[in-house]
Structure formats: C-alpha cells, structure tokens
Design a protein around this ligand. Structure first.
Ligand SMILES: C[S@@+](CC[C@H](N)C(=O)[O-])C[C@H]1O[C@@H](n2cnc3c(N)ncnc32)[C@H](O)[C@@H]1O
Length: 215
C-alpha cells in the first residue's frame, strides 16, 4: 500500500483500523514501562488514535506522526480543547492539550533536538508497512531514540501470507528487525478482538556496544 493509497483511505473513510476506545494492550501493559509521566511519547503512524488521548491523560506529552491531514483534523475535532497550528520544516503541526501531531512522512521525521523522546507506542504502525519498509521503519525508530528509551509494540500474525495491511509479522521477524537495537520482552500473545493472533512487546533501546578495553 502506497502513501497515496493511505491518503485515499482517509478521504473515503476506509479506516476500519481505528478504534473508538483505547487499545486493551496499551491499558494492560503501559505501566510495565518505567517512564516518568512527564516523558514524551512518540506515536509513529498515529492516525487519530484514542490511545494518544489515553497517554496524554496519564501526563505524557505525546508526539504523533501521521501522513493524512484529515486524520489530524478529525483528531482535533473529536477533542474538546483549543488547538494551535504551526509548521516545523516540511511538517504541518497541530497541538491540542498535551498531544502534538505532525503531518508528514514518518521517514522524514528527524526528531526535535531540544526534546529527548522518553518512549514510544506502536499499534498498527510496523504491521501497516510492507516488508522492505518494515526494515526501514525499525532502523529509523531506533535512530530517533536514546539508550534507555522504552516502548510498547503491538504486532499481529495471520495466515494470509504477504497480504496486508495489516501484515503478518512473526515473532522471528520482530526479533530480526528490532533486537539489534532494542532489548525485547514478549509480554503477551493471544487472540485479539478481531480473531487475529496478537503479540505485545516491551522494548528498551540498547546503549552503544561496550568497547573492549585493551591491556
Ligand atoms: C493502520 S493505520 C494505524 C493508525 C493508528 N496507529 C491506530 O492505531 O489507529 C496506519 C496509519 O499510518 C499512516 N501512514 C502510512 N504511512 C505513513 C508514513 N510513511 N508516515 C506517516 N504516516 C503514515 C496512515 O495514513 C494510517 O493512518
């Protein structure tokens, strides 16, 4: 699925992935992460997810990155606080309460030098991407985070081969893509509400490899 396809899905309202309520895995597992409430949380490929409001209600400044301007506008319209609009480079941004949304391509997002991201939350981001883009995504996410940053990742597996989105991402693939830069812990595996097999992962960004000390 290409970026114009995603934009068309938002225009045509084909957003079956959107949930009206926070994702149960987020609610069940977020407290496992040792993140201060004041720590900023990155939400890549965020759509207009209610999960961002849930995180903000816990005190986190939230930074969502999303391709579709319609998603951002719908998120703001469904909230009840005033919104402020501004630009950051190529990104058109909007802030509502503790949630800041940047409209543009996640792969062009370089982070804000002044603010370290404490954590991230990925539900339906990695699994929205086809295989070569998943490799890029895993690398890009790691580049945005400092050692110690933590996150929650929700993945799905299904028997439809390469069909998607959502794409089936096996435990072996999660480990191949992410273990070089993250410590991984599989928190839960089970059947999701839609009948697909769902996995919930806790990730911690690794520090630089220890240098061998000579002598
Ligand atoms: C399956 S949806 C998931 C949205 C959200 N995470 C949720 O749980 O509802 C994937 C989203 O990623 C957006 N997207 C796709 N490619 C993107 C990219 N390269 N940069 C930013 N957003 C992208 C799509 O527009 C879509 O809203």
């Amino acid at each position: 699925m290409t970026q114009p396809d995603w934009l068309a899905r938002w225009r045509e309202g084909r957003i079956g992935f959107h949930r009206a309520t926070p994702h149960p895995a987020l609610v069940r597992h977020w407290s496992r992460l040792a993140l201060p409430a004041s720590g900023q949380v990155l939400v890549p490929l965020c759509g207009k997810s209610e999960d961002m409001r849930w995180l903000a209600a816990r005190g986190h400044p939230v930074l969502g990155i999303e391709l579709s301007p319609l998603a951002l506008e719908q998120f703001v319209a469904e909230g009840d606080a005033p919104a402020t609009r501004y630009r950051r480079g190529d990104f058109a941004c909007v802030r509502q309460g503790r949630v800041e949304l940047w409209c543009g391509d996640f792969f062009h997002f370089r982070g804000e030098p002044a603010t370290a991201l404490a954590g991230f939350y990925d539900r339906a981001a990695l699994i929205a991407l086809p295989s070569p883009a998943r490799q890029r995504y895993a690398h890009h996410l790691a580049q945005l985070l400092l050692p110690g940053a933590q996150g929650l990742l929700v993945t799905l597996t299904h028997a439809e081969g390469d069909a998607g989105p959502p794409f089936s991402v096996t435990e072996a693939e999660v480990e191949r893509l992410l273990a070089p830069n993250f410590e991984l812990e599989l928190c839960e595996t089970g059947r999701a509400e839609d009948g697909l097999q769902e996995q919930v992962w806790q990730l911690t960004r690794r520090g630089p490899a220890r240098q061998a000390v000579a002598g």
